[in-house]
Design a protein around this ligand. Structure first.
Ligand SMILES: NC(=O)c1ccc[n+]([C@@H]2O[C@H](COP(=O)([O-])OP(=O)(O)OC[C@H]3O[C@@H](n4cnc5c(N)ncnc54)[C@H](OP(=O)(O)O)[C@@H]3O)[C@@H](O)[C@H]2O)c1
Length: 325
């Protein structure tokens, strides 16, 4: 890494913008993701979250399924930051859909906090104890689960509740039954899978979108159009991707254990309308429209985590996956 670049990153102030949610709470635009590529607690999680908090991150994304809430909680305590300064998201696992309250209590205990800022239904699919996935019409449905999650706001243990991996199709099923409109829908979003229609639908219904895999797993570093924009701004492709994400109105939760990249990922730049258009349209180029999480893979046989793409509301046209209709 050249010295001029390192100096630039050190000088750039961490991004402190926030997005207002539909209930008056606000979420920091940039957070750190805690899916470490494998399930489990560990010193590497503690160190990553401590480094992030030191650099200026105030938004942490974890999940019961990542099994690293204890490490996240340890890092928060060791940071000595006041609890109210940090926005903590965790997620309800599929096997806990019929016991959301007990599952949240377990997450709170592991994190060592009294409340989370955001509790998400991780996926619309519920699972039986055996791990078998329950079909959409089986019990509990995601509507049943949502009704239980609504009670968690009244209990004060979750400031906001939301969903994750919900398509327009499934939001249309949920919304007529929702006393509380989800504050957030967390979805895979980057220029290869921008989900323009889903983002527009969510905005129209007051649902904030958080983008996961926002640096496309680091796999777009050599795409010419992106390199050209990055060079013109004197930043990296990852910074261009994250700046685009925030500028289009999504919060972003990149994961990196590398302290230099942690600093880089929260140092954003302003993109021009022309730059934004290049990123908005990148997925239209041949071979570019696809998930970075492998969901378009033929090996999955037209389904993800037990539901068909149709049940998930994922349109698989355009040579890749469009998880938006
Ligand atoms: N709701 C859901 O179903 C769901 C699904 C997936 C993820 N998530 C959440 O979203 C978070 C982020 O998603 P993700 O981890 O899948 O993808 P991501 O943040 O797009 O990519 C992470 C990968 O990119 C690398 N990376 C990060 N910053 C970089 C940079 N500046 N330059 C080059 N490479 C960089 C990281 O490697 P190094 O660590 O080596 O830097 C890591 O391998 C997760 O941690 C999790 O919290 C949610």
């Amino acid at each position: 890494m050249d010295t001029a670049y390192t100096d630039l990153i050190q000088r750039m102030a961490p991004d402190t913008r926030r997005f207002l949610l539909n209930n008056g709470h606000a979420v920091p635009a940039v957070g750190v993701g805690c899916w470490m590529g494998r399930v489990g607690e560990g010193e590497h999680v503690v160190q990553m979250v401590k480094n992030a908090l030191e650099i200026g991150y105030r938004h942490i994304d974890t999940a019961a399924m990542y099994d690293d809430e204890v490490s996240v909680g340890q890092a928060i305590r060791e940071s000595k930051l006041p609890r109210e300064e940090i926005f903590i998201t965790t997620k309800l696992a599929g096997k806990d859909h019929r016991r959301a309250s007990a599952a949240l209590d377990r997450s709170l205990q592991k994190l060592g906090v009294e409340y989370v800022d955001l509790y998400l239904m991780h996926w619309p699919q519920a699972e039986r104890e055996s791990g078998e996935v329950i079909p959409p019409e089986g019990s509990p449905t995601f509507v049943d689960t949502w009704k239980d999650m609504e009670k968690l706001v009244e209990s004060g243990k979750a400031r906001s509740i939301g969903v994750s991996n919900f398509s327009i199709k499934n939001l249309k099923v949920l919304l007529p039954h929702a006393r509380i409109v989800p504050a957030v829908n967390q979805i895979e979003a980057h220029p290869c899978l921008p989900g323009h229609a889903l983002l527009a639908f969510c905005k129209a219904h007051g649902i904030h979108v958080t983008a996961y895999a926002p640096v496309a797993k680091g796999k777009l570093g050599e795409v010419e159009d992106l390199v050209a924009i990055a060079q013109s701004k004197g930043v990296t492709v990852a910074q261009v991707l994250l700046s685009w994400g925030v500028q289009r109105g999504t919060s972003v939760i990149p994961k990196t254990e590398n302290p230099q990249r942690l600093k880089e990922n929260i140092s954003l730049v302003e993109l021009s309308p022309d730059d934004m258009e290049v990123l908005d349209k990148l997925h239209e180029k041949s071979g570019m429209h696809h998930s970075m999480c492998g969901f378009h893979s033929p090996a999955l046989g037209g389904s993800a985590f037990g539901w068909t793409y149709e049940q998930l509301g994922w349109d698989m046209t355009l040579g890749g996956i469009v998880k938006s209709s």
